[in-house]
Design a protein around this ligand. Structure first.
Ligand code: FAD
Ligand code: SF4
Length: 332
């Protein structure tokens, strides 16, 4: 491993200056993804800037919702009574991720920024446009079981792996960011990018921009929400697909709904077409299936040496139907 410098500056502004001033510098939070990347030789930073004691580790009630400091650990967030009561989908998504030990280290800022688990991205001996722009994509025509069915490009078909991110996309969360030019707020659904022809960029953050907090608005609908994760093993595995959903039913009709999907795209996928199809529709399995069909109309499954990922279409449909059915039954 190449030697690197380590800094723990006095405040967030100093951390931003340090990273923004050096192209080879990175923020370090819980380290559960970044340190793996160092070990695998995916990155060779010259400087790591530790931000865990610079951003807030508090969950704060504020006008209109909760503010979650970027240093809040995933296990603390999942256990917070306000999160469990007002945003069950968020608590459930966190508990569906990783292991207890990892959740004790992983942070609110770092979790959504973890990088793809595409096996070729993690193997430095194979071509990968995300790791080395212009080198090619080994997944296309290779192993595609875990890859995207929506929003992919000819340059990259990777998926974003964060469970928490899927819940935050459904909840209309906002990301608070501090950069060299000051603060800005990014809707969570706009934080991650589709790959296009620059798959090396996962998000819209510029180098040196630091997530300081994530705000979750107090939507009444969020109190009745769930996360369903489908994976190869019952625990300690990334999602093949996942669904975060919140549902409001009045007199047998869907009054309002929020849906996001995981494991299907380069970003947590807000399912706005499915939401539009469901608003005003009768509460029934047929409505849920039609909503899934509307969302997946543009799905492009990938062939692959492992049988491809066409199975994700019925898997998403089944997971969405089951999640909405559970939520509707709780309403009655
Ligand atoms: C074996 C294993 C299984 C896992 N299973 C799952 C799973 O099922 N579901 C799931 O969702 N996750 C899973 N994870 C991933 C884990 O949840 C993430 O690694 C973790 O959440 C990342 O948070 P961190 O604080 O450790 O980030 P770090 O590893 O410290 O950082 C991750 C990235 O974010 C950047 N960063 C960190 N904080 C900030 C900030 N405040 N502002 C700007 N940039 C920042 C870093 O520079 C780095 O690029 C698993 C990990 C492992 C090792
Ligand atoms: S899918 Fe993306 S991350 Fe995976 S090999 Fe292709 S370019 Fe790399």
């Amino acid at each position: 491993m190449k030697p690197f410098a380590y800094e723990a500056p006095a405040d967030a502004a100093a951390a931003v200056r340090s990273v923004a001033g050096r192209p080879d510098a990175s923020f370090l939070a819980g380290g559960t993804n970044l340190v793996d990347h160092l070990r695998l030789g995916l990155i060779e930073p010259g400087l790591l800037v530790d931000v865990t004691s610079l951003t807030s580790a508090e969950i704060t009630d504020r006008e209109g919702g909760l503010r979650i400091g970027a240093a809040v650990r995933n296990s603390d967030l999942a256990a917070d009574p306000r999160v469990r009561e007002r945003f069950p989908v968020l608590a459930e998504s966190l508990l569906a991720g990783a292991s207890g030990q990892l959740r004790n280290m992983a942070t609110t800022g770092g979790n959504p920024l973890q990088r793809t688990r595409c096996v070729y991205f993690q193997d430095v001996t194979t071509p990968c446009n995300k790791r080395e722009p212009g080198s090619g994509c080994s997944a296309i025509g290779g192993s595609t079981r875990n890859h995207a069915i929506l929003g992919a490009s000819e340059h990259c078909i990777a998926t974003q792996p964060s469970d928490m991110g899927v819940a935050l996309a459904a909840l209309d969360a906002e990301v608070q960011v501090l950069g060299p030019d000051g603060e800005r707020t990014i809707p969570f659904t706009e934080l991650h990018r589709l790959p296009g022809d620059t798959p090396e960029r996962d998000t819209v953050l510029d180098h040196g921009e630091l997530i300081t907090a994530i705000d979750v608005p107090d939507l009444p609908i969020a109190r009745r929400s769930h996360y369903r994760k489908v994976r190869d093993r019952a625990s300690y595995a990334f999602a093949l697909v996942s669904v975060a959903a919140a549902l409001d039913v009045v007199d047998g009709e869907v009054r309002d709904v929020r849906i996001a999907l995981g494991g299907v795209a380069h970003k947590p996928w807000r399912a706005r077409r499915a939401e539009a199809a469901l608003r005003g529709a009768p509460v029934s399995e047929q409505s849920y299936r039609e909503a899934a069909e509307a969302e997946l109309a543009d799905a492009r499954p990938q062939d692959g040496i492992d049988g491809g990922n066409g199975f994700k279409i019925p898997l998403v449909t089944g997971a969405l139907v089951a999640t909405l059915r559970d939520l509707a039954e709780e309403e009655t």
